[in-house]
Design a protein around this ligand. Structure first.
Ligand code: GRF
Length: 188
């Protein structure tokens, strides 16, 4: 099973996946970001499918096709999203149906979307966390594979809370990916 990690941000979740001993065949990014340096430092193939338009004219289908083609060139079987900043379209989810994993910084179905940590704070919930799930065309909505909870502290801000959630994600996500890959191998 060849796994690709999709990232746009700091790449800390991607790093945790690699450090946990998960075999990562390639890292795909949509922009210049620290995840590139991280992958290059390990001599891992970096697939830069650059998104040049963040406006209303962005062609999501075309971009998704480019992502599918880049992953196809590396014979990727399974995809793990790790802070990937572009919502992908139907061609991607058709090509990798049931084989796309994501980690989200809230206890889904609460607080889907880009601002999950901020939304949890604004809502005044006392417990939030992270969710590893199978990603589908509908954002942050696929079947849940694993969750872990974090207590919100009185003095938390978005950054401090997100960092504590990421501490959990860095354990839970690699462990869940490993189990998913092992289950897929036994089903082959
Ligand atoms: C994680 O919290 C993940 O759940 C969210 O984006 C963050 C990625 O963190 N989708 P990093 O950029 O790998 O540090």
């Amino acid at each position: 099973m060849r796994l690709a990690v999709l990232a746009s941000g700091t790449g800390s979740i991607c790093r945790a996946i690699v450090d946990a001993g998960v075999e990562v065949a390639a890292v795909l990014v949509d922009r210049d970001c620290p995840a590139i340096d991280l992958a290059e430092a390990d001599n891992r193939p970096v697939l830069l499918v650059e998104r040049d338009d963040f406006g209303t004219k962005f062609d999501r289908n075309q971009y998704s096709n480019e992502v599918v083609a880049a992953l196809g060139n590396e014979n990727i079987d399974v995809v793990a999203m790790a802070g990937f900043g572009t919502i992908l379209g139907a061609s991607f989810f058709d090509a990798y149906r049931g084989r796309v994993l994501n980690t989200h910084p809230s206890l889904l179905p609460s607080f889907p979307g880009w601002h999950a940590v901020r939304d949890a704070l604004r809502h005044g919930v006392q417990i939030t966390g992270c969710t590893v799930h199978i990603a589908t065309l509908e954002v942050d909505a696929g079947p849940i594979l694993a969750q872990a909870a974090v207590e919100i502290r009185d003095d938390d801000d978005e950054a401090s809370l997100h960092e504590r959630i990421k501490l959990l994600e860095r354990d839970l996500y690699p462990a869940t990916i490993k189990k998913f890959l092992a289950d897929m191998e036994t089903q082959r």
